[in-house]
Design a protein around this ligand. Structure first.
Ligand code: ADP
Length: 410
């Protein structure tokens, strides 16, 4: 008797962490999930949760995990303790979140040696994330050479942008020689959330125009027309666009020349300043929106200003993307801040009634993990909260690509 292998392991390898989830694609249920953090340090930590219909069991272990190769071995060991390891015959494939597909890799792709070579070439476009992504894929291939490894790219959803949206207004030859253009990121989230928003409206995604505001620690906005991305706020790298937890978002590029020439900073120092020490953390010392709200309530002026700058930028993008789309059917908030911070949603939409936008105070403050509409019934534009689920989207895309291709003896 044969049965289909139906499980997909989703791996999200960040610069110093690996997040993972094991899903059964028969019903999209989660069997296990976990996190390896502080990779490369002495106090690395592994948190693993096994999920069964009866409940969940959490385990934690501490101790050094040297690199991403070792991290993945630890993940496999943890999964194996419940018979769910990488060697399990029910495992169909591993789906890897990969930061950058460049212009070459625009669809979920089964990783071959040729794909690995392309990823290596794209490494300079994501110096922080690509080495981790590549190491995760390489190790998974070594551990299970027969298993399809599928790369799902953060840039993929944005490759439908028209050239007038993705091209920077700089010398064309210089730009093309160095692959300089807007790529956009968080694509898996924007794809999932814009599709779920259409479902929430009870309409075909091909008919709806949506502005998605993905507000996590990293943050980005996108304009989605009929299911296709037509503009997004992140650019060559995730630094452009909205004010984020630790990134500046949009600034005059001449700030960087000034920092070099006048402040005497090196390129690496400027990179660190704009990516790690800017945004909310640079403005007020905190990047957690809960803490910022608490400080505002206590009368803290710096926290107030940081919040106001964050909201001002968000409003500018809502306005810009309303103009880009012409007709907006829905504005959708997602990710840690977007899903949880009612004050951010209220402030971002305040005063935008001329654009047809409003939130209903009671609906906005309901706490829920479900997709929900927070605008009044008579609003011209639906404002909604849609929890993102990048792991599910990666698992579904992986399953769509390789599902059914493998069978195992039951
Ligand atoms: P990322 O995936 O980019 O690391 P998340 O989408 O998990 O980020 O978002 C993390 C951020 O969400 C936190 O830094 C915090 O600012 C915000 N956040 C999480 N929970 C809440 C909450 N209950 N209220 C307000 N903000 C929250």
């Amino acid at each position: 008797m044969t049965a289909h292998a139906t499980r997909v392991l989703v791996l999200n390898s960040g610069s110093s962490s690996v997040k993972y989830q094991l899903l059964d694609m028969r019903d999209s249920s989660r069997l296990a999930l976990g996190l390896v953090e502080r990779i490369g340090e002495q106090d690395s930590r592994v948190t693993h949760t096994t999920l069964t219909p009866e409940g969940s069991e959490k385990r934690e272990r501490k101790g050094p995990v040297a690199d991403h190769t070792e991290a993945l071995k630890v993940v496999s060991e943890e999964l194996s303790r419940d018979g769910l390891g990488l060697d399990s015959p029910e495992l169909l494939a591993v789906g890897h979140r990969v930061l950058h597909g460049g212009i070459e890799l625009t669809d979920p792709t089964v990783v071959t040696d040729e794909v690995m070579a392309t990823l290596e070439r794209l490494r300079p476009l994501g110096p922080l994330h690509m080495p981790a992504n590549i190491a995760g894929i390489r190790t998974a291939r070594e551990l299970r050479p027969d298993l399809p490894q599928v790369a799902v790219f953060d840039t993929a959803f944005h490759t439908t942008m028209p050239e007038y949206a993705y091209r920077y207004a700089i010398d064309v030859e210089t730009a093309d020689a160095h692959r300089i253009r807007r790529y956009g990121f968080h694509g898996t989230s924007h794809a999932y959330v814009s599709r779920r928003a259409a479902e929430l409206l009870g309409r075909d995604p091909a008919e709806v125009n949506v502005i998605v505001l993905h507000l996590g620690n990293g943050a980005s906005a996108s304009a989605v027309a009929g299911g296709r991305c037509v503009d997004t706020s992140m650019g060559l790298t995730p630094l452009e666009g909205l004010v984020m937890g630790t990134r500046s978002g949009d600034i005059d590029p001449a700030v960087t020349f000034h920092l070099k020439r006048v402040a005497g900073m090196s390129v690496d120092e400027i990179d660190e300043l704009l990516n790690k020490k800017s945004g909310l953390v640079g403005l007020c010392g905190d990047n957690d929106m809960r803490e910022i709200r608490r400080r505002i309530d206590a009368g803290d002026e710096r926290a107030r200003l940081a919040f106001d700058i964050y909201i001002h930028r968000l409003k500018k993008y809502i306005g810009a993307y309303s103009a880009v789309l012409g007709r907006v059917d829905a504005v959708v908030f997602t990710a840690g801040v977007g899903e949880n911070a009612a004050e951010v949603r209220e402030a971002a939409v305040a005063g935008l009634e001329p654009l047809g936008l409003a939130v209903d105070a009671a609906r906005n403050t309901v706490r829920s993990g479900e997709a929900r509409i927070i605008s009044p019934d008579d609003a011209r534009v639906v404002v909604a909260v849609v929890p993102t689920d990048e792991e599910l989207e990666i698992a579904q895309q992986t399953f769509a690509l390789v599902g059914g291709a493998r069978t195992v003896d039951a």
